[in-house]
Design a protein around this ligand. Sequence first.
Ligand code: SF4
Length: 503
Amino acid sequence: MRAARDTTRPAPGLSKSRYQAGLQCPKRLWLECYRRELADAIDEATQALFDQGHRVGELARERFGGGVLVAEDYTRSAAALATTERLLLHGAECLYEPAFRYDGVFVRCDILVRRPDGWDLIEVKSTSKAKPEHVTDCAIQAYVAQGFGLPIARAYVMHLDTDYVYAGGPYDLEQLFRLVDVTAEVRRLLPDIPRELAQMKAMLLADCPERTIGGHCSAPYDCGFIGHCHAFLPDYPVTEIPRIKPEVVGELLAAGIYGIHDVPPDHPALTPLQRTVCHVIQSGEPRYGNGLADELARLAHPIHFLDFETWMPALPVHPGTRPYQMLPVQWSCHTLHADGTITHQEFLHEEPSDPRPAFAESLLAALESEATGVECPIVVYTGFENRVLRSLAEELPEWAPRIEALQTRLVDLEKMIRNHVQHPGFHGRTSLKFVLPAIVDDISYDGLAIANGAVATRRYEAAILDGLGDLQRRQIFADLRAYCAVDTLGMVRLVEELVERCS
Ligand code: SF4
């Protein structure tokens, strides 16, 4: 049933984020305006991204020094408008967070700089590149600012430059940030904005628009109403068919096919792999391919099971590193011996120093053949550990030959499963978070304080950078060790179960 608008209340005003929401999906805009309580809760990892954006935004202001901050927060729009107007009347040359309203839209700009021919508008993003949605963000700001009476000469997206190598000390802000001139694209978009706004305002005067779920729910942004709009889907929804095109999802939903169990086995729009996934889920019977036993038999004992955790700080912390450079900070390794016993080794960098040398040294000490006596296989899950080791060998050339020797011993368990195992409990995926509970019943992520990689990264960053007390840091480090250990012990149990099912 369509949600109805409360006609006793006036239609809400628009903002730049609501304009962006309306471009993504009219229903999203409607829900943002009238039914915020239906939005998904903001999780810890998403909140961390917001916080990171604020930190980068504050630093970006120093790139254009000498400006004046319009300090009123989002609850004080009228005061922010008044302050902006006053600062402009007094001849401000550079403003941070100025506020404007025009044509029913309220915007705050990140940075405005007065130039001889008008104003430069700078939209700051903590991303590593400018994206199309950043341009529409600039366009609505330029539209409102110009409507207010401020000529916008140029518009820029300013993002972090991943080529910048931090030298230590204060950041070189000219190098840390890259300015992308999007003036031409913004000018191309401006003529469409009055029509788009008129459509959005008209839509907001009616009841909630119908909109089928699809690819637009997560592009260009993850919509906050996914939980609400996807609630009608059954277990094993058609959206779980791997790599299914949004238009095929749309066709299935339009035909009243919501669950994989109802997908016709010969549906012409599905690829052979997608049909196989549907068939396995419909039959409820797992399939173990013929090649699996051979591949498992090639794993000679002792078998190491290795997992890494990494940290990618947006703002580089260690000299010689770049924005978003991947820093390995933790490894866990369970070893399955020929007599069935299992041993565990681990490393977690708990200091604020560069983790890479200690990470490499500890890993080599644990896994080099000199340490173990044999060239035993190192089982990993996906190509991630190989990529981390490749980067580490490039960044620490003195360790490179020894790191490369480890790489030759890696065996990718995810690839083995992808090639040989189909299981209804995988829900069409092969990530450990789906595969493990489907095959192994005595290891689980339930009850862990950290249950996914995004939260692990956030907590690690907090422990290193946020000045937490000793007790809190120790708890985070203990939680990180427990989380990483489940991944590697889970792989041990996975291989044991697969060996049993193949025998
Ligand atoms: S979940 Fe999808 S359909 Fe629902 S409001 Fe968001 S974008 Fe629109």
